[in-house]
Ligand binder design. Structure first.
Ligand code: GLA
Length: 745
């Protein structure tokens, strides 16, 4: 059992393969946080707490005359507003009388085998689907050992309880958390703030690693020292957003890719979030992650429960690279679900950058024919196939096939594409609506609008109120009509704006603060229905590229379009930043035309493939515009990707350099978990005539083994310590994919 409880000291110790987490219900029943970090002896780590008389840091009444006991200074597991702790807290409740202070004490706990799940919310699970390649590669067992701890804290006025959920996934080195508030009173209570994670660090100087961006430039990596005050990132856009990602790392100042302590926090949620680090007056650091409180106020009725979403935490004592690989393994096989976690995904061609809205059925079939000759396996018809949708200004919401535009029914189109040996997929934006649509004309109140106020438009569209079941049911039934009318193996679920003008016609005034969260629950509800009804369909998430790239979505869509920026060189930074918290198997990545649509940059076709292969791999262009020579190259690329599929998708991913730090060559690597082979990927960011030699140190190989690289033999330790001498780049942005195999004995 990975969860230990000492009833004398009321100490909870949670152990994974390499980490340990500890809490203690102290003499007043306050749940202290005593340790998160390297696995060690099961010892009461509360010995590290310094109790002292602190001016202006108050004392709970039951501490009597003990002025050294203050919640303003103690490390706590779930600090609450109004308890005398003036730092950022994890819970704020408004009572019927308008007061907001609360005080929570330990009541009881329960330890059980297996990992908990949450109603209507994503959560990591402990059973791997049958035959998953990750299992074959020996990376994880089919059923990974997991246990659940539920600690119940009670409000001292007996009005409500808080259940703190912990999922300890031992082999995966992951601890998950979630929170449930249960109203025991006979009146409504209002949650004004609830955070899923709080970790208090008693001492140490930390760096906070966050991922910021914008549309077409998501998840840029930023590392800053935690200084006095609060540093936070978050989203109030209704989606996890392009601007900040709900994945954060806290590390020691000297932590590197390969050495040092770091802590990863990932929120399994696709809506508003906040993540913050606060360095307090006593040089203690508090990390919080949860729903953003700005647009949130949730009413919990008597005897009802509210569940705050899950967050996954991991500790690495061996640097950032190892931390990322912990998340990669867990998300690949214990977050993503369905047949596509276990099966090789098809190489696709998406028509968007090739034709945009300018197509008819014949053009698509020609594109599909060209693509099939190259070895593409799935043809995706993106935006423009429904309603009156020849531009992005109209038609959204009218999920009726435009047979006039296609010149045939969807079924006929799909049959023709299947006749070419390809699978067929289509694009939807179920949450969106144009004012110029039949749906809007029929149901204007289904879109978010505040009565009497003109709405904020974005991409000339509004959003449907997905917190409403009737609205979701309508859209779902129309989607099903389309999906049932033809053979469709893939669906791209897009969303092309942020939420605004929140007002739900079916909620009373005191519950309007629930819309943002109910919207996300509505989205999850619909995605769940979709995957239950179409279990074999591959669903790719998207929000104007990577505007909703988060662990919540990955529970429903095993891949997400990483960015609308398809420029291979820009993608280096985007995919680099994304790799800190997410595996490459989740990153939608395509080869597109050059000059690139977003940047006008020209990068070699080989380089575009090197970058796209470090993701789900596909093409997004008009094959007809390619030369015969380019088509031959593409054929070879697809074959190569298939050959290395398991290594890329299930291997260990190593960041070798940071593309944003000016170095001539940028590199990354996939190594088989057993060290038997590796694929080194290099992109030359600078070329210099008469330049110096360039080496790249490999990782994840076996020290004593001999490896073959381009017909030459090298010991593993030489490749890892001395590095591999790289070929000279003779062309701007040239790339190299170098396969390294262990010599058979
Ligand atoms: C978004 C997506 C694109 C494409 C367009 C279609 O921008 O990110 O990939 O699907 O919408 O309108």
């Amino acid at each position: 059992m990975a969860i230990l409880f000492d009833s004398t000291s009321r100490l909870f110790t949670l152990k994974t393969a390499h980490s340990m987490y500890q809490m203690k219900a102290d003499r007043y029943g306050v749940l202290l946080h005593t340790w998160f970090g390297m696995k060690g002896s099961v010892f009461d780590y509360s010995y590290r707490i310094a109790y002292a008389d602190r001016g202006f840091s108050g004392n709970p009444y039951d501490a009597g005359e003990d002025r050294t006991y203050s919640l303003d200074a103690l490390p706590q597991e779930f600090p609450v507003y109004g308890s005398g702790d003036y730092r950022s807290t994890a819970l704020k409740i408004r009572y019927p009388d308008g007061t907001t202070a609360c005080d929570l004490r330990y009541l009881k706990h329960e330890i059980r085998e297996g990992k908990y799940s949450l109603p209507g919310l994503p959560a990591l699970y402990d059973t791997l689907p049958d035959g998953a390649p990750a299992e074959k590669a020996g990376q994880v067992k089919r059923r990974t050992p997991a246990d659940t701890l539920v600690i119940t804290l009670e409000d001292t006025r007996h009005m409500f309880c808080v259940h703190l959920y912990y999922g300890v996934m031992e082999d995966l080195d992951i601890i998950t958390r979630a929170v449930c508030v249960e109203n025991h009173s006979d009146a409504d209570i209002y949650i004004e703030n609830i955070q899923s994670v709080c970790v208090d660090y008693l001492h140490g100087e930390y760096d906070l690693h966050t991922f910021y961006g914008r549309h077409v430039k998501e998840r840029n990596y930023q590392r800053t020292p935690v200084v006095h005050g609060i540093q936070s990132v978050g989203s109030t856009r209704g989606t996890s957003s392009h601007q900040y990602n709900p994945f954060l790392i806290l590390s020691d100042r000297d932590t590197t890719e390969d050495a040092g302590s770091c802590y990863g926090f990932s929120f399994l949620y696709s809506g508003d979030f906040t993540g913050s680090a606060e360095l307090d007056q006593y040089d203690q650091t508090r990390l919080l992650l949860g729903i953003h409180p700005d647009n949130f106020c949730y009413c919990v009725k008597p005897d009802e429960c509210f569940y705050a979403p899950e967050a996954a935490m991991a500790y690495s004592g061996h640097g950032l690279g190892n931390l990322s690989r912990i998340f990669h393994r867990a998300y690949r096989s214990h977050l993503c679900r369905g047949k596509w976690t276990a099966k090789r995904r098809p190489v696709l061609l998406n028509d968007w950058e090739g034709v945009y809205f300018d197509f008819d059925g014949d053009k698509l079939i020609q594109m599909a024919r060209d693509a099939s000759e190259l070895g593409v396996e799935l043809f995706v018809m993106d935006d423009g196939w429904f309603g009156r949708r020849d531009l992005d200004v109209s038609g959204l919401g009218d999920w009726i096939v435009n047979e006039k535009k296609l010149g045939c029914t969807l079924s006929e189109l799909s049959d023709q594409i299947h006749g070419l040996g390809l699978q067929f997929g289509i694009w939807f934006e179920p949450e969106g609506i144009n004012e110029d649509s039949d749906l809007y004309r029929a149901h204007p109140d289904w879109a978010f609008r505040i009565p009497g106020k003109q709405p904020t438009r974005s991409r000339l569209q509004l959003l449907l109120d997905f917190s409403r079941e009737d609205v979701r049911d309508y859209i779902f039934s129309h989607m099903c009509q389309v999906l049932d009318s033809a053979r469709i193996e893939y669906l791209k679920w897009d969303l092309n704006r942020s939420l605004a003008d929140l007002y739900s016609a079916v909620l009373p005034a005191d519950r309007q603060g629930e819309i943002m969260h109910r919207y996300v629950l509505g989205l999850y509800d619909m995605l769940e229905k979709l995957i239950q009804r179409y279990p074999d369909m591959l669903i790719e998430g998207c929000s104007g590229g990577g505007g909703r790239f988060d662990a919540g979505m990955l529970y429903y869509t095993p891949q997400i379009w990483c960015s609308d920026d398809t420029d291979a060189i820009e993608r280096l930074s985007i995919q680099y930043g994304t790799s800190f918290g997410y595996p490459v198997s989740t990153m939608g990545s395509h080869v597109s035309h050059c000059p690139n649509e977003q940047t006008r940059r020209i990068a070699p076709l080989n380089t575009r493939a090197t970058v796209a292969m470090s993701g789900t791999f596909g093409y997004e262009l008009d094959v007809n515009k390619m030369s015969g020579e380019e088509k031959e190259i593409v054929k070879a690329q697809i074959q190569e990707f298939k050959k290395y599929y398991d290594l890329i998708q299930y291997g260990d991913y190593y960041r070798l350099t940071n593309p944003d730090i000016v170095e001539a060559y940028h590199g990354w690597e996939f190594a088989a978990p057993d060290g038997s082979e590796a694929l080194l990927c290099i992109v030359a960011l600078q070329i210099h005539p008469n330049g110096p030699g360039r080496w790249m140190r490999l990782k994840g190989l076996k020290q004593e083994s001999i490896y073959m690289v381009n017909g030459l033999e090298y010991p593993g330790d030489a490749l890892m310590n001395g590095g591999l001498l790289l070929p000279d780049a003779t062309e701007e942005y040239q790339s190299f994919r170098i396969h390294i195999t262990e010599k058979s004995v």
